[in-house]
Design a protein around this ligand. Structure first.
Ligand code: C5P
Length: 475
């Protein structure tokens, strides 16, 4: 039913009895609506409820697959759309339509701030059901509670995601319906940030975004363009509805794309002992490798992360094997075989001390000790050149300070791997130890240069590409 087209002009509230009129007046006052509008909402809710009951559009979360879907409306993804309070909220009305066109079953939540920009009526009319606004609404029979809203969804989309909403999400606040649902969900979350460019580049926003990325929240946009404020332009415009739809589709597809696949990932630096207290190391933080392991696990893969010494939490759902040296890393990787995919993101020390001292080397007058180095095993090349149990897809990383792509191409051949993810790690790039990365994906068929983005997003994109490759789409 398209509630927006319902004609209610002839409805006369006067004909109701006094008790009903009083109840109606109270309810209308509570929602800040006229009594006529309240009646319209009640009728619309009733129609939507009838619609839901007839089609079981919001199937119980416990057995979503047990039901035989009979149409897209019954089997389409269940999406909770949280509309935040920004001028871009008007684009969310179009987003509702675009998502529905693709069979999504929507429930909408409006934050208090959002209600300054779009009305409940407009959202209700477009989505075909009453939007949710209150954390506790015992008066309403449509109050399903934040836990059910959080659970009865395949995906939660926040559009527009304001700077304030991002901060609340990053801090784990739950003082209104939107944030309570976001905190209570175990489903993927996609945010479409929209804010003034200055707010977007603010350090606090960057911190919050990094936290959200680390928490596995997907981000689409913002785009560059004109702002609502006259004469202002910059990065901060909400992504267009169709871009958000594409991101939603990507996220939903990602659900279990690596299910049944075994993936080994190396990450972090290695420490090569010189003596019991000194070692050779490098500046690798392990952020990119850990993010890849987490993204692969989130995509349903069985992931073993062989990690050098890092200061990072274990990514959820990943088996972590901790090592110190390159040789230990090599041994640990070999033990994981056979795997479908091997991703070598670790910054393995190329050399180790030939004979590490068993006791601390003392400072002596009249001479410095000479450190004789020897080469470490090249784990990537060894695994890529294996005759037996070679993973189907072997991916290496190339951290370069000059001629990034040229060197990466050469490395692809030298190491015998299938893909190289190359990045510029010159000190001015800020990549080593930082949260964002600019990578080039070098394969036999060419080079793809990805825009600068959070390491977490690089990880998700890479996982999507891996899933597509294993599906036979490419290699
Ligand atoms: O030769 P280079 O160190 O630049 O190669 C980088 C790639 O090779 C990375 O994927 C890294 O994890 C891998 N590598 C390795 N074992 C080594 C050295 C590098 O697996 N000993």
């Amino acid at each position: 039913m398209d509630a927006g087209k319902t004609t209610l002009a002839s409805l006369t509230v006067r004909q109701l009895d006094d008790k009903l009129k009083t109840l109606l007046r109270l309810r209308a006052a509570r929602h800040g609506r006229s009594m006529e509008d309240e009646v319209r909402v009640i009728l619309r809710e009733a129609a939507a409820q009838a619609d839901r009951s007839a089609g079981e559009r919001f199937a119980p979360a416990a057995h979503p697959k047990a039901q035989a879907p009979s149409s897209a409306a019954e089997s389409g993804p269940r999406i909770v759309l949280i509309i935040g309070g920004g001028i871009a909220a008007y684009k969310s009305l179009d987003l509702i339509r675009r998502l529905q066109e693709r069979g999504a079953r929507l429930r909408c939540i409006l934050t208090a701030a959002a209600r300054h920009f779009v009305t409940q009526l407009a959202v209700g009319a477009l989505s075909g059901s009453q939007p949710f606004t209150e954390l506790f609404d015992p008066q309403s029979e449509f109050d399903v509670g934040h836990i059910r809203l959080a659970r009865e969804a395949d995906l939660i989309v926040v559009a527009p995601a304001t700077a304030d909403l991002l901060a609340k999400m990053a801090g784990g606040h739950a003082d209104d319906l939107a944030t309570a649902v976001l905190l209570a969900t175990d489903k993927p979350i996609l945010i479409a940030p929209a804010m003034n460019p200055q707010m977007w580049v603010a350090k606090a926003t960057a911190r919050n975004l990094a936290q959200l990325a680390a928490d596995g929240v997907g981000v689409v946009g913002p785009n560059f363009g004109e702002m609502a404020e006259r004469g202002e332009a910059g990065l901060g415009r909400m992504a267009e509805p169709l871009e958000i739809v594409a991101a939603v589709e990507g996220l939903l597809r990602r659900g279990a794309t690596l299910a049944g696949k075994r993936i080994v990932v190396t990450s972090g630096p290695t420490h090569e002992p010189i003596d019991p207290v000194r070692f050779i190391a490098n500046r690798s933080s392990g952020k990119q490798g850990h993010a890849i392991a987490g993204a692969a696990a989130a995509a349903g893969g069985e992931v073993i992360l062989v990690s050098g010494p890092v200061n990072l939490p274990d990514p959820p759902g990943v088996t972590v094997v901790r090592v110190e040296t390159a040789r230990q890393m090599f041994e640990a990787v070999e033990k994981t075989l056979p795997t479908d995919v091997a991703i070598f993101a670790a910054a393995v020390a190329d050399w180790r001390a030939e004979s590490p001292s068993a006791s601390k080397i003392k400072k002596r007058t009249g001479g410095t000790p000479t450190l004789k180095l020897m080469e470490n095993p090249d784990i990537l090349a060894s695994i890529a050149h294996r005759k037996t149990a070679r993973p189907r897809l072997v991916i290496g990383f190339a951290a370069e300070t000059d001629d990034v792509v040229v060197n990466a191409r050469a490395k692809l051949t030298q190491k015998g791997c299938d893909w190289i993810v190359a990045n510029d790690v010159s000190p001015e790039s800020g990549i080593m130890g930082g949260d964002s990365n600019t990578v080039h994906l070098v394969t036999a068929s060419g080079v793809e240069s990805w825009p600068p983005q959070a390491k977490d997003r690089v990880a998700h994109l890479l996982v999507e590409r891996i899933a597509a490759a294993l599906d036979g789409a490419e290699r």
